[in-house]
Design a protein around this ligand. Sequence first.
Ligand code: BES
Ligand code: MN
Ligand code: MN
Length: 453
Amino acid sequence: MKHFFEENKERFLSELLALLRIPSVSASSNHKKDMIDCAEAVKNSLIAAGADSASVYTTKGHPIVYAEKIIDPSLPTVLVYGHYDVQPADPLELWETNPFEPSIRDGKIFARGACDDKGQFFMHVKALELMTKNDALKTNIKFCIEGEEEIGSPNLATFVVENKHLLACDVILISDTAMISLENPSIASGMRGLSYIEVEVTGPNRDLHSGVYGGAVANPVTILAKMIASCHDENNHITIPGFYDDVLEATSEERALLAKAPFDENEYIKDLGIETVYGEKGFSTRERTGIRPTLEVNGIWGGYTGEGSKTVLPSKATAKISARLVPNQSSQKITSILLNYFQKIAPKGVTVSATEHHGGEPYLTPIDSIAYKAAAKAIEKSFGKQPVPVREGGSIPICSLFEKELGVKIVFMGFGLDSDNLHSPNEKYDIANYYKGIETIPYFHQYFAELSK
Ligand code: BES
Ligand code: MN
Ligand code: MN
């Protein structure tokens, strides 16, 4: 297998680059055709890698690719989940090279989706090829690669519920997270959930002259800013009533375990170009993004934002606001808490409309399962170092539904880095991480089969 890998490395890379050239942006209706083309390309890559069958399933939204290779029904089955959709690339002017014309600089692939998640799920396609062409596959393997993860997976749940038999497996394996570094490998033991809302504040029925009316009429931008500012207290604790009610606090043992993961706060600060970190009192930086729920403003606008100045009292102001959730919080419940809060605190003189976007439940995976042990062993084998568990700050919305419907646990074997600029300009994936992933995945299948015996 090693020899085959060495012989085919260049091709493994160029095939990923071809996939990255398809602008599969799920959020934009302009890319509907690209989504179909990308799903087809993924399907073809799975057939070429040795899958028995691969199909593109249409949904109300973007298609889902399913493939399988069943070598022996009595062996354990691994379901690989990933997503071929990517986030929008804008602001385009901040990219050093075209986001959909991958560029290799300094051993890194720069392109939208390079790490999230094309570069990562494609490692599994290439690992499948390695295993099938070298007669080394030790498990059955299924693939479910969707095209709507970045918009909250609105149609995947229906597909899962309707195709439970097709998706039946012993474990779900996902490469869509990060590790600390190649020198300090880690495995995500949890993901946060998400509630996402939009708040629109309306004041006067039209934009007004700010000199003629300002001071006498509520300014929606000011009101919205005040409402948002009221959400945190001086300790950066969230003040919204009921927000923390269901939080399952991490135990001191778990906090101690998480604290073992190496983390250089000065490096972190330097990388971000900030003076210092900022967050909830009483928690470390890693804890703030891993085990604590948070509230963020993702965007805010209203009034005049064009060139120069215009004296205006705007009629409307809008913000997109999301909360990251931790175990035992319910996305539906927090969404309604947020919606109610913004409606309720609106002062007379404006009207507030708060609406819901997508969400997702938090997810925690046990670190004593066979699957986690197989992943840890696989990483130890290829990295020469035992991985440590970390709690990820991001979300993969389908996780809890997968577990509920398919009755199996998920193991995250991510090879990205926090510095890969996911969702940002100049997203990248190190070629070394890509290759390391392809090398590690076959060990996972081998150890999972062995430990399942
Ligand atoms: N792959 C990410 C989640 C992620 C990011 C995990 C960083 C670990 C580290 C995923 O594609 C993602 O971006 N999820 C969204 C979910 C949303 C759009 C519903 C997120 O976390 O914002
Ligand atoms: Mn992703
Ligand atoms: Mn993403």
